[in-house]
Design a protein around this ligand. Sequence first.
Ligand code: IVH
Length: 694
Amino acid sequence: MTAKLHDIDKLTDIEAAAALAELVRQIAHHDLAYHQKDAPEISDAAYDALRNRYRQILQVFPHLKPIDDPESRVGSAPAAGFSKVAHAIPMLSLSNAFSDEDIADFVDRIRRFLQLPENIYPEFVAEPKIDGLSASLCYEQGKLTVAATRGDGTTGENITANVLTIADVPQKLQAPFPNILEIRGEIYMNREDFITLNVQREKDGEDPFANPRNAAAGSVRQLDASISASRPLRFFAYALGETRGGGLQTQQALRDQIAQWGFHLNEPSRLCVKDGDLIDFYRTIEAQRHALPFDIDGVVYKLNRIDWQERLGFISRSPRWAIAHKFAAEQAETRLNAIIVQVGRTGALTPVAELEPVTVGGVVVSRATLHNEDEIARKDIRVGDIVCIQRAGDVIPQVVSVDLKQRPQHTYAFVFPTHCPECGSLAVREEGLVVRRCTGGLICPAQAVERLRHFTSRTALNIEGFGEQRVRELWQDRLIRSPADIFRLRDHRETLQKREGWGEKSVVKLLEAIDARRTITLDRLIYALGIRQVGDATAKLLARHYLTLPLWREAMIAAQNKESAARQDLEAIDQIGPLIAQDSVDFFIEPHNLAVLEDLSSVLTVLPYEKPFGASSSTLEGKTVVFTGTLATMSRAEAKAKAESLGAKVAGSVSVKTDYVVVGEDAGNKADKARALGVAVLSEAEWKALCEAS
Ligand code: IVH
């Protein structure tokens, strides 16, 4: 995103909504790439920039909050194929810090929240941050019964069979242990094991994993647990779930207890007891990082006192009492040999730098993303230049800058193509967007292949075995030109078996994977169609509203008339605005799309949408609370956080819409106003009792 900060105020509502929708789409795309496909496409920094931009626009246009608000979810929804596990307590993430000042602010915030006097230092346990896959393990009577991924934080995938194959995970706890215990931790892979695994994969004609995190995630998310068993996975434990502190008083004691039950902890760790200890630990670990057997991307600081952790609680996606202090990205210089332009599912043209291979942070890099044409122009990146590239965490490296002093003679500014490199169609830039898109639609092989891949992806039809290379080959040989062709592949069994590198076994496996998906739910089908702006959450809303495929299709066709009752009905669905409505309707204007849908309904059984079981709600859910005066037992920030964690909204002034006014010492006239309006007035103690009960 190149748009600047100060331009946000100038956006109209429509422009802001469009920008938000585009950001939601991009964020969702990258979340999916990272969490479900285990193949991130952009750096953490580029991803954070998307999120920041999103937050900044929302700050100015809070009323335009999109339904798929990425801020309110962690990770992405569980993939199909695994059964689902609801987490008793949400599995959240950590907020990130990048500088010493960020850490000073973090400690200050904790001090203020808890109202700690100057002479008391909030102690922290510091430990490395290993980038793996978080998991929750439930033990009953000391035996491992259920293991789950984080999923979207609320519901994860049941990976018990896979986790039982990890040697580091005790199948039985060392006594004494509570009857029920939930352990949380990280599944990961050592660097050396990862390299060995990739060498083997390349021998077998499979795509290598991009990094140890992806290798671990890809290995755990195998429906066939014998594949997980063959992978060198490891586990360290870092927290308790359902049982929380389990009566323990400190994080340190918790670590000791976890080790006694038989788990590995992540080491080295240190108890930090005074100012400067955190940063000192950070620097020590940063210096040793390449000597550790696993890749780490920072260190984590956790407040030692568990009662304080509980008071601090959580803010949206992460705890207030812990933070990840990330290492700076690793950089290197190399020559840029060429710039190529790739085409994605929606026709977006993405420039990629081909580099003279160079080692960055222990990994050989030969390609880096250039983001978009404006970035190339802004940084004046030219073929032949010596460029600085960086690898942040574990994602695709990016070109940061050019060393102009080393620029060879006779270089030229890069001319971004105005036509699609894959199909030759015109590529255009919509006003206000940085992306140039191919207009070739279905005649563009790159788009066709990417759409088919989207169709078969985990959140969509979830058919295994449709890697990029395979789909490209099948498309080129005209075996699959449209999604329904996938379900007719079994008529070509012999042709498939004769293909080079495709044994009988892999054909049987592929056809079985396809057969397993002949019956799917309506929401998955809607998502799979790849309609612009219709992500999985929107697809669910549409499915829930229209219930069956024929009803949805009829309604979308009728809604083409802007004045129709069908259009009003569509726009009235909670959280579907006119923009998403327009995109859904547009899809049905294209005769080709109707034909695809028709064809699909002849090969698929589409089930009506099934409602997931509802989230629990507290008695304070949706209530509006106003605090006034000084509270005796907690800071205002703590009171607000507590109310919000129970689903209440905290307002600044009293109105007829207020449900409760909580009165502390030296309260002003808000209590009188509340009484005059007939609003319930509570003392601090009454408020706390209400929170307890809810
Ligand atoms: S504590 C409430 N400790 O990093 C979350 N997490 O970016 C408590 N991670 O979700 C997490 N190393 O999957 C914790 N030493 C460590 C960790 C760690 C890696 C992962 C974890 C978390 C993610 C956040």
